[in-house]
Design a protein around this ligand. Structure first.
Ligand SMILES: Cc1cc2nc3c(=O)[nH]c(=O)nc-3n(C[C@H](O)[C@H](O)[C@H](O)COP(=O)(O)OP(=O)(O)OC[C@H]3O[C@@H](n4cnc5c(N)ncnc54)[C@H](O)[C@@H]3O)c2cc1C
Length: 414
């Protein structure tokens, strides 16, 4: 008799940790991902801002799981799930039958119903997004060097980041550093230090999930770097020439979207209730109601533990993936599944060189101390040894020189 077949959709943090948790189990595992790599998203903004190259923060899924003999990796897009027939349909109409299913396909951008903005304000989720953003940023400076008209040049040198969460703060802070420290001396017709970086946030503070005191310090650090922070402002339009905020207008040729998140549409084909963000309302053991053989991990799962909603962050996704693997092992032994409990290790956000905020239990740090914690944590959690060494060398060199070496782009994006 064939061992039970576990299909894992998505090999981000939730999927990879679920797969690795089944490494020694008597099951056959199939991991399906539309990308050939596992991506360390917390450092994706560094690829988008030319600080790191792609292989430093991503690794081939096939290679990561090569030693796991019970696991097959398929490069494919899962298009739908039939929970009654226990099958998954892939993009080329291939069908995978499963005994257990783990859905960990994460989330994507949401433009709050204004999908036309996507063409002018790319979001950051995949490596392709990062390459696109990097090219837009660097080519904006190139266009400014060729532009004779002062108003049009100013628009090329204005960068608007929409959304003051962790990604928005990281992008805005790094953009200001590029303008103030990396590029000066390289252009003849303008001074890159005059570039304007505006961070627009709809609520009354940056980093809304953090304690207000840390939001305040993050804002001060951003302003020290030269970022203009607009709080409590809602974007009402984005087009090729800039951003509208009610009666106000910012002429800007580069707009980056870091404001909205929508769940992977695959959650909708499970026939389970969804929350307002499209996340699957899972049972406490992370299974789908009425389907104890289907589990959801990571950003796509809506679950609360200790009365608090589990946040959509990498440590939560990893813990869920690991927990699901354990529950599958329990099911194979005909034992009841255990409820998931999230262990909160705190949260970290970086703003720039030597600038960050960190909350770990009662401890609240900002500035250099928080940045050191951020640096050590991110090096530690990178996926393999080579990535850690590469990132460490690149960061050490850019810390002392302010250079960003990954500045090779193609003009095609324009
Ligand atoms: C720019 C950015 C910065 C972030 N920074 C931090 C941070 O500093 N700290 C932190 O804790 N969290 C951070 N996060 C959040 C963190 O990345 C997510 O919470 C985490 O990745 C969720 O894990 P997941 O497994 O649910 O989804 P992901 O890690 O997003 O993985 C989903 C996987 O599914 C694949 N996939 C999607 N749809 C399909 C499909 N239909 N068929 C096949 N494959 C599919 C994707 O290719 C991907 O590999 C950040 C996220 C982003 C975008």
């Amino acid at each position: 008799m064939l061992p039970p077949h576990v299909v894992i959709l998505g090999c981000g943090f939730g999927g990879l940790w679920a797969a690795q948790g089944l490494a020694r189990a008597s099951v056959q595992v199939t991991v399906v991902d539309r990308a050939n790599h596992h991506l360390f998203t917390p450092l994706l903004y560094q690829v988008a801002t030319a600080g790191l190259s792609a292989p430093a923060i991503a690794g081939p899924i096939r290679h990561i799981l090569a030693r796991q003999k019970n696991t097959t990796v398929l490069l494919a897009d899962a298009t739908s799930i039939d929970p009654v027939a226990r099958k998954v349909v892939l993009d080329d109409a291939d069908v995978l039958h499963y005994d257990f299913l783990v859905v960990a396909t994460g989330s994507t951008h949401s433009y709050f119903g204004n999908d036309a903005w996507a063409a002018h304000a790319p979001g950051l989720k995949t490596l392709e997004d990062a390459f696109d953003i990097r090219a837009r940023i660097l080519l904006a400076f190139e266009r400014a060097e060729r532009e004779e008209d002062p108003a049009r040049r100013a628009a090329w040198l204005t960068f608007v980041v929409v959304g003051g969460g962790a990604t928005g703060v990281e992008l805005a802070g790094t953009l200001a550093e590029i303008a103030r420290h990396t590029l000066p001396g390289e252009f003849r017709r303008f001074d890159p230090r005059n570039a304007r970086v505006v961070l627009v946030e709809g609520t009354d503070r940056v980093l809304p999930p953090y304690p207000p005191s840390l939001s305040q310090r993050a804002r001060a650090q951003l302003e020290r770097l030269g970022v203009t922070v607009w709080l409590g402002r809602r974007v009402t339009g984005i087009d090729e020439g800039g951003v509208s905020l009610g009666n106000d207008r910012i002429e800007a040729r580069t707009v980056l979207w870091a404001a909205g998140v929508a769940s992977s549409p695959l959650g909708g084909s499970l026939g389970a209730p969804l929350d307002r963000a499209g996340r699957v309302l899972v049972a406490p053991d992370l299974s789908v109601p009425a389907h104890p053989e289907i589990f959801v991990a990571g950003d796509l799962a809506a679950v609360s533990t200790d009365g608090k909603p589990v946040p959509g962050i990498a440590p939560a996704a990893k813990q869920m993936g690991r927990h699901i693997a354990r529950n599958i092992l329990l099911a194979l032994e005909k034992k009841p599944a255990r409820p998931f409990r999230y262990r909160d290790w705190g949260q970290l956000a970086t703003i720039g060189r030597s600038a960050a905020v960190a909350e770990m239990g009662p401890l609240r740090l900002s500035g250099f101390a928080a940045w050191l914690v951020w640096l050590v944590a991110h090096i530690y959690f990178l996926i393999n040894f080579r990535n850690r060494v590469v990132v460490l060398i690149d960061w050490a060199s850019s810390y002392f020189t302010y250079n960003r070496y990954a500045r090779i782009v193609s003009r095609r994006v324009l």
